[in-house]
Ligand binder design. Structure first.
Ligand SMILES: C[S@@+](CC[C@H](N)C(=O)[O-])C[C@H]1O[C@@H](n2cnc3c(N)ncnc32)[C@H](O)[C@@H]1O
Length: 284
């Protein structure tokens, strides 16, 4: 049984980075008339109560989306993302946080296909009811890693794949790499977005290099971003120092969008003087 519940972490610094990038990638995909598919292999519940006991228990959103909520000087891509969070909170108070399926639901057009996978039975049911009326949408309670191959190539030959596991099990690191390799074999033109936690753990430290090697082997361009907000893990070596996203076949606009936002995120979300970011890319 899976213990991880994203509700404990909703709206934290990692969600801000991930959902900022997801928003910009989906905006770019929507610029062409031709529909596209978003496959969200680890979708979560879709949306989360910030006022509920899970999010309140750790209060991670306090160091994440809360720091941006009242800001008047947001760089344009961050303002775009924040507008989506605001649209999810119609009474203008930060009470709920949109997960990746909700961000997708707000940005995607009716003709675009949304495919979501979520194994936790409670989060699956919440997600199913949230997306119930969205056309061209499938919500499945099967393994997102194993199901991905059946989604590729997509019918319109345009797709974004978000791979966002909890890394509750160390085997997730190898599965992410295998999923990217297989995905690129089946559909080399897809935009693949992989989120990972920055931990004091060998698997976490090595992941970006391995993903780069996989993209290079397929002769695909990539972009890697990492936002470090904390200096130290707890005494057992647990706790996220930050998080990263690795994107294969990124929109050509993404690098400049992130360059405009990352110094701001370091300033607002950094929890120590040495908070920093990495932004690197390789063209095809
Ligand atoms: C980090 S959370 C997802 C957050 C979500 N993508 C978002 O941005 O709002 C990871 C989710 O994956 C689910 N999960 C874990 N292993 C899975 C698997 N093999 N297939 C599908 N879902 C899985 C967990 O129950 C959890 O809800």
């Amino acid at each position: 049984m899976l213990a991880y519940r994203h509700a404990f972490h909703a709206g934290n610094h990692a969600d801000v980075l991930k959902h900022l990038i997801l928003t910009q990638v989906l905006r770019y995909m929507g610029e062409k008339d031709k529909p596209y598919t978003l496959v969200d292999t680890h979708a979560g519940a879709g949306g989360y109560s910030i006022e509920g006991q899970y999010a309140q228990k750790k209060g991670e959103y306090v160091h994440g989306v809360s720091k941006l909520w009242d800001a008047k000087d947001l760089p344009a891509p961050l303002a775009d993302y924040l507008d989506l969070v605001r649209a999810f909170n119609p009474d203008k108070q930060l009470r709920q946080y949109p997960g990746s399926p909700a961000i997708a639901n707000l940005v995607m057009r009716e003709e675009d296909r949304l495919r979501t996978y979520e194994l936790h039975p409670t989060d699956f049911r919440i997600l199913q009811s949230y997306l119930d009326s969205r056309p061209n949408t499938q919500v499945a309670d099967t393994d997102g890693f194993a199901s991905l191959r059946g989604e590729l190539p997509p019918p319109s030959r345009r797709a974004v794949v978000l791979i966002d596991p909890s890394y509750e099990l160390k085997t997730d690191y190898a599965k992410v790499l295998a999923a990217l390799r297989e995905g690129l074999e089946r559909f080399a033109d897809g935009v693949y977005m992989i989120w990972y936690p920055q931990l004091q753990l060998l698997e976490s430290a090595q992941l970006a290099q391995r993903l780069k090697a996989a993209a290079d082997a397929s002769k695909r361009g990539w972009l890697h971003v990492r936002l470090t907000v904390q200096q130290q893990a707890d005494t057992r070596g647990f706790g996220m120092l930050g998080s990263g996203m690795f994107i294969v076949n990124p929109p050509f606009t993404l690098h400049d969008d992130l360059q405009a936002c990352l110094p701001y995120l370091v300033e607002k979300l950094g929890q120590y003087d040495g908070a920093n970011f990495i932004l690197e890319q390789r063209a095809k």
